[in-house]
Design a protein around this ligand. Structure first.
Ligand code: GLY
Length: 366
């Protein structure tokens, strides 16, 4: 199938409305889609050393064909480079390229590139526009949508950042075929999370059929678009995470603790999947979740090739979770599934959180 195919998910937020376009062969259409959406003269593409050799030429050509002047930078790939030094070098390159307030940043890559390029756009000249072109499953279903941008400090992930909704998101599912299998599967953690949050039909499909990177691209695009629509509804209701957006942190309080305790050796989506299973096991044992919910979630997570547990010592997990950046004084908001498609937020004290983490320990599902 060589023809381009796509669907559009419109996003409405308090600060900006924009489209998320999901489909096939879209990298060659980035320029003309931007031209018909934005009034801009120059485009500055931020990519990384993994993605640039694969896709930068195509995106640059498409931008030039659409009449943009184009400059680009490729930062070193990986979370360990999502720091102040790389952020500074992107800003310096933007200034060297003589970008103005009318220019636009194009973030071509996974979540790390999207977060950093978005934050650079939010900061340069007090804010210029960004177009997100996500190339991983995780960034297509989660980080490219909703306007969170950030970099890491030595004390923790995403400690500095800004909200900047993109002006357009273009997700070409063709990019998924070149991902390392671990990186593709990592994105499924957020997909399962969205099913648990808001879409039992999606959840049941995921439990029955593992997503594959070489499967039907149109089916994959449909799944991605459903995920974007779930996130869109939450972000549209609460752009700045004062209320309902916190439910997107389902699985994250414990998942982030796994990630940090592993020294970020484990992927975010793998940790979210294990964190989700951990919290629902605890919640069911505490009588908060409907009986059988944890079994259903564990089966779905395992069917998608993701872990249902993490072998980090519980004391380390408790120590990390107690320092979660989303802590409120001596308590934490934790998201708990009551059943598939229905979650609630509970404010727990740090001792209650420790008890919950101890209660949720389980053995890996074969
Ligand atoms: N990844 C959670 C959020 O965007 O709020």
């Amino acid at each position: 199938m060589n023809e381009s195919w796509h669907e559009v998910v419109p996003v409405h937020t308090a600060s900006r409305d924009y489209d998320v376009v999901v489909g096939t062969h879209l990298l060659d259409e980035v320029g003309h889609r931007m031209r018909s959406t934005l009034d801009a003269d120059a485009a500055f593409v931020v990519s990384d050393t993994n993605v640039a050799p694969l896709y930068l030429n195509r995106v640059e050509s498409s931008l030039r064909e659409a009449g943009f002047s184009v400059a680009s930078t490729a930062v070193k790939a990986g979370e360990s480079h999502k720091n102040l030094a790389t952020f500074g070098s992107i800003l310096e390159d933007m200034a060297t390229a003589s970008l103005t307030r009318d220019s636009v940043v194009v973030a071509l890559g996974g979540g790390v590139v999207g977060d950093m390029a978005g934050f650079a756009a939010a900061s340069y000249m007090r804010g210029i526009r960004v177009v997100q072109v996500p190339t991983t499953l995780l960034s297509m279903v989660d980080s490219s949508v909703g306007g969170k941008t950030a970099i890491d400090l030595s004390r923790g992930k995403n400690l500095v950042g800004a909200f900047l909704q993109p002006s357009l998101v273009i997700a070409d599912v063709g990019c998924l075929s070149t991902l390392a299998p671990y990186v593709f599967v990592d994105g499924i953690g957020e997909v399962v999370k969205h099913g648990v949050l808001a879409d039992e039909e999606l959840f049941d499909e995921l439990a029955a059929h593992p997503l594959t990177q070489d499967g039907d691209p149109i089916q994959l695009a449909h799944v991605i678009a459903r995920n974007v629509a779930i996130k869109r509804d939450v972000v549209g209701a609460d752009e700045k995470e004062h209320g309902v957006r916190q439910t997107l942190n389902l699985g994250h309080t414990i998942g982030h603790a796994f990630e940090a305790a592993s020294g970020y050796a484990l992927g975010h989506g793998h940790c979210v999947a294990a964190g989700l299973c951990h919290v629902v096991r605890a919640s069911e044992r505490l009588g908060w979740s409907d009986p059988g919910t944890s079994n259903r979630i564990e089966r779905c997570v395992a069917a998608q090739g993701l872990p249902t547990t993490c072998d980090i010592p519980l004391d380390d997990v408790i120590a990390q979770a107690s320092h979660d950046k989303k802590r409120h004084g001596a308590s934490v908001n934790i998201v708990v599934p009551i059943r598939i498609g229905n979650v609630v937020m509970r404010r727990v004290s740090l001792p209650e959180l420790a008890n919950l983490i101890r209660k949720g320990a389980g053995s890996p599902r074969p």
